[in-house]
Design a protein around this ligand. Structure first.
Ligand code: PMP
Length: 413
């Protein structure tokens, strides 16, 4: 025996830990504001109608590996069109992209991190401070050193644009940066279009590589094109970009992941290159083959069922319009909850400024609650969130918003 005696328990993941604490609490009025997955106004997970429609359409499909390859490349093109709009036609026609289907957003980030390490072994990754905690794990496990850049300003609970620009300028030329193109996790703070243009300009000056992690397209504004604006600005400016695209949130396909074919999450990673057509097509082919080789050694191939679901939704115009409508409903429910929470706190006479609840966008509100206040919310009010004070607005409902506001009021006064 003794083979694994030296193995110590790994520290709890901050987000998984919240769910565990929530599940262990027997209180009937408990609220989970931890995970960023969408919930309806009864706090229940949602299977979107577009997913049901797609399921009906693909029922009886033969899940052969031969389908996988052809549908997978169709999916990559459709996702590309979703991200890049009309410009994607040219990119597709000229073959100036390398895209592969991945295991959701997490898998896309990991695949990119491995690819980065393989092609630029000495490089680092710049992550926003703060960022989704798993970004740190992913690049750490890929042995890519991490640096952070300024992003959030605790006083304004908005963007620290000056410090952000300075960090971009002060990073060594040709650095890798991870950017959230919309609905930043965990802060809900996005640069304005004008600020993105300045960031893009400075990236050109410094020859930095922008890697976009787009996990929430549609959740910031309710509109897929508006939320993709950032990517399009960078493309217009002639950058080579990488993009991890997830359908876990905006199609509600987060559940049942690996090992269950029914609702596997799909995602793809695309790398685009600009410049002379010929050499770029060659470059794209090389990049894709490397990505495929890395994926082959990690998990061989991704599941087919979710791939067919996403591809059906994106390629069938009737089903797609159902999806676009449902996405609007989800985004506007979250927006309504932001106003309701802020109103409720103001009506309670809270002496603090809660404008940031409605200024921030997407699924998350970076509340400014301290770790102690978060602990007190859990212990005394059965309200659960990560200790950085991040509230998943998807967990707020018209039924619990006043209770939540009162709890926040009690622990902050
Ligand atoms: N990136 C960000 C910023 C996220 O918030 C998430 C989900 N929490 C992901 C990537 C990964 O999501 P998934 O693997 O479920 O697609």
């Amino acid at each position: 025996g003794g083979w694994w005696d030296h193995v110590k328990p790994a520290p709890k993941d901050p987000i998984v830990g919240v769910t565990e604490a929530f599940l262990a609490d027997p209180a009937p009025n408990k609220i989970n504001l931890g995970v960023g997955a969408y919930r309806d106004d009864d706090g229940k997970p949602v299977v979107l109608q577009c997913v049901r429609d797609a399921e009906a359409k693909i029922a009886g499909s033969d899940f052969l590996e031969s389908i996988s390859a052809s549908v997978s490349s169709k999916l990559v093109e459709e996702s590309l069109a979703l991200a890049y709009g009309k410009d994607s036609n040219v990119i597709i026609r000229e073959g100036r992209f390398a895209g592969v289907q991945t295991l959701s957003g997490t898998g896309a980030c990991r695949l990119f991190a491995e690819f980065q390490k393989r092609c630029y072994p000495e490089s680092r990754i710049y992550l926003s401070d703060p960022t989704w905690s798993n970004h740190h794990n992913i690049w750490r496990d890929a042995n890519v050193p991490r640096r952070t850049f300024h992003y959030y300003h605790p006083d304004t609970k908005g963007l620290n644009f000056v410090a952000l620009m300075n960090d971009i300028k002060n990073a060594p030329d040709s650095s890798f940066f991870l950017l959230h193109p919309c609905a930043h996790n965990p802060t809900g703070v996005d640069p304005t279009e004008e600020q993105w243009r300045e960031i893009s300009y400075q990236f050109k000056v410094k020859n930095h590589f922008p890697f976009f992690d787009m996990a929430y397209q549609g959740f910031a504004s309710g509109d897929l094109d508006i939320d993709a604006k950032t990517l399009r600005i960078f493309l217009e400016d002639g950058h080579s970009v990488g993009c991890a695209q997830s359908f876990a949130k905006n199609m509600g396909l987060y559940g049942h992941r690996v090992g269950c074919l029914r609702q596997a999450n799909i995602l793809e990673l695309c790398l685009y290159s600009e410049g002379v057509l010929c050499s770029n097509k060659k470059q794209a082919v090389a990049v894709k083959s490397q990505l495929q080789q890395i994926a082959r050694a990690m998990y061989s191939s991704p599941p087919v069922h979710g791939l067919l679901l996403v591809s059906t939704i994106l390629s069938n115009s009737d089903i797609k319009s159902v999806w676009v409508r449902e996405l609007k409903v989800m985004a506007s429910r979250i927006k309504k909850n932001r106003s309701a929470l802020r109103d409720s706190l103001e009506k309670l006479g809270s002496p603090f400024n809660w404008e940031h609840i409605t200024n921030q966008v997407g699924v998350f509100c970076f509340s400014g609650l301290t770790p102690d206040q978060v602990d007190q919310l859990a212990k005394e009010f059965h309200v659960y969130m990560t200790r950085d004070g991040r509230i998943s607005m998807a967990g707020v409902t018209s039924g619990n918003v006043n209770y939540l506001a009162n709890a926040i009021h009690q622990v902050t006064c």
